[in-house]
Design a protein around this ligand. Structure first.
Ligand code: PLP
Length: 289
């Protein structure tokens, strides 16, 4: 199986604020990689797919909420690379366009209540202990294999000279992969994570093995919590889309760019700083907000 390299070019993001403050910002358009296997989800799936193939697995089993970008990415990737797919979906049965697309790509959907959903290994055992072809993919495609795929971004020739990286943080698999990539390639770039969950400060423990000066988590931009947003953020999303032609979903990427603007406004970065922000897709979820 050959998994081709995602198309994710850099584009300059030219806002008056950035010019005034002498800050260069590039957007890494991971969202261009595929309409449904988009952004970091493609990166995070790569080594799961290769591992599944190596172990002769035929069925990809994974987990997500009702609007999960990861479920949709897994369904589309499974179809593209000749696997079957099965998704455990958190909560009571609903219909929406994301799950409909998952099903179009052949994914079998199983709704499970929130308590059962927390015990993913147990769910997997309960449904698939007698199916040796089933392959477990963690929620969000995160974990070691996911981080390995993301870390490859930092090998790309146009990613070698940034002072700062910017990425939104849900599970954190993406940010950890970026930090790993920075360290593996001996770069002096610092990765900044904008955490979209509320009260998630505990996650810092998961970063203890990284060098202190290679990353920074920001906890003040969650805007009320996961998938919550203020009217201000919604207005920003609208203004940004109409002025740049770039869509930002309210769960992740609007919070990311909003945070970047707020930090630049408050002179958080020295003049001359060269920043790369990753646009990790999620555009399909916009239709639900
Ligand atoms: C999944 C996702 C994220 C969060 O990635 P994590 O690795 O879970 O931190 C950010 N942006 C978009 C658009 C996503 O779909």
């Amino acid at each position: 199986m050959h998994i081709h390299k995602p198309y994710a070019p850099l584009e300059a993001l030219e806002l008056d604020l950035f010019t005034q403050k002498n800050i260069q910002v590039s957007l890494k358009r991971e969202d261009y990689s595929h309409p449904f296997i988009s952004g970091n989800k493609w990166r995070k799936l790569k080594y799961h797919l290769l591992q599944a193939e190596q172990e002769n697995k035929k069925l990809l089993v994974t987990f997500g909420g009702t609007y999960s970008n990861h479920l949709l990415a897994t369904a589309a990737a499974a179809a593209k690379y000749n696997f079957k797919s099965f998704g455990f979906v958190r909560g009571e049965e609903v219909e929406n366009h994301v799950l409909k697309l998952c099903q179009l790509f052949g994914m079998q959907i199983q709704f499970v209540d929130r308590t059962a959903y927390q015990q993913k290994e147990i769910l997997f055992q309960r449904y698939f202990s007698s199916d040796p072809t089933a392959f477990f993919i963690p929620e969000g495609g995160s974990g070691n294999l996911g981080e390995m795929g993301v870390s490859e971004i930092m090998q790309e020739s146009d990613m070698q000279n940034f002072d700062v990286l910017f990425a939104s943080v849900g599970t954190g698999g993406t940010l950890k992969g970026l930090i790993k990539g920075i360290q593996d390639n001996n770069l002096s770039t610092k990765a900044h994570g904008i955490v979209v969950l509320k009260g998630a400060e505990n996650m810092l423990q998961e970063y203890a093995h990284f060098k202190q000066d290679s990353f920074q988590l920001h906890f003040q931009f969650h805007g009320g919590g996961y998938a919550k947003y203020t009217t201000e953020l919604q207005q920003f999303q609208h203004k940004f889309a109409s002025q740049t032609g770039i869509l930002l979903d309210l769960v992740y990427e609007a919070k990311l760019i909003w945070a970047l603007i707020k930090l630049v406004e408050s002179d958080y970065f020295l003049p001359g700083t060269n920043i790369c922000a990753l646009h990790n897709g999620g555009n399909i979820g916009i239709l639900s907000s």
